[in-house]
Ligand binder design. Sequence first.
Ligand code: DLL
Length: 437
Amino acid sequence: MTYQYWNEKIETMPRDDLEKLQLARLKDTVGFALRTPFYQKRLGEAGVKSPDDIRSLADLARIPFTTKHDLRDGFPYGFLAVPREEVVRLHASSGTTGAPTTIYFNAGDIDRWTAYVARCIYGTGCTKSDVFQNMITYGLFTGGLGFHAGGERVGMLVIPSGAGNTTRQFRLMQDFGTTVLHATPSFLLHVESRMREEGVARESLRLKRAFAGAEPYSEDTRRRIEELLHIDVYNSYGLSEMNGPGVAFECQEKKGLHLWEDGYLAEIIDPESCESAAEGQSGELVLTCLCREATPILRYRTRDLTAFYTGPCACGRTHRRIRRITGRSDDMLIINGVNVFPSQIEEVIMAMREVGNNYLIEIEKDGVLDRLSVKIEVTPESFSDDTRPLNALKEKIRRTLQASITINPRVELHESGSLPVSEGKAVRVRDKRPKDV
Ligand code: DLL
């Protein structure tokens, strides 16, 4: 196989040189971090008062972890390291409407992030002759604009179609001869089933490959999409706190995702003891962003579970590969690509006086997409045989929940005392989606 590199020198850099580069960039990042109220205090307590206190990569261990909780506490500007006037864009993580985790970018940050996404795209064999349909949400979510800019940087013709509306997606694919898609894996499966329903002939399309990420999926799901759509599917990993997409991506070998270690310093830890996991062992990924000035984030606990591959990759890239993400070490749910914490749902429903004491969140597959149902007990006073007020209440809960979590749940109201009560810890979430990772 012939491989194409976006930046061959960096992508195939000997490990020693790569580590020197990482150390220099870590020191720069610590310098920026020391300008933020949050890290001034946090690093100060750990005895890191200047970038020169970091003498080797081993000194990383002196830096305390940063959590999503810290980011929320620092909202809105506790993590800002540059003057506000220098900031040109912000993105916010989905699943955090109440107290968002917001990431700010200066022009250089956007430029560097774009280059990482371009590196991912180019490494799968894309060129200027490709037509790229970006079927993912634009807006505060990083997937839309991140891939949009990366695609343009590669020189592809980018169609900013956004997610949803499959009929229009098919029209665009046919009218402009789309060759590359980007979507969540569940949306790709949905596209395939709608194609069959609408009688869109595969031969009328010029599709070659797709990038699929933003939510976990199994090797079997990848194979299914590849076989059904006759395309090559590449796994794409990233998170808002580390810019968004472009953190780790599969090369044409498709044996793990190269994590771009010149931009992101990666560790894998045991989520309980927080000790570093043994080589090749599974654990929680911890990332330090080495390529952003406006919002430096050090040793961020991603909560994503994975392991490093040991040994080199046939493609010649020296950046380590992580395995497909197998789960999370917290309770965050990913529903059709949108991050939702059960606590967000609880906050909304428990604020309503008509709501009783018990509720249950259920997620199941409806065809290829995920469906969220929230079953809620109402107080005896609010329960009646007259369905009108109950329907109005149901609609009010549905609308308020949708405004908070951005996805449209199915709401069921139940009489007080009718939902199951567990004897031990309350079981509030039943995830009935098949676990095939
Ligand atoms: O999902 C960024 C992204 C956009 C990645 C487009 C890939 C493609 P967040 O909304 O902050 O950012 O969600 C990040 O999604 O911590 C993982 O739990 C999960 N996730 C992202 N990519 C994958 C993947 C974007 N390939 C959270 N496999 C992360 C499994 C993934 N989980």
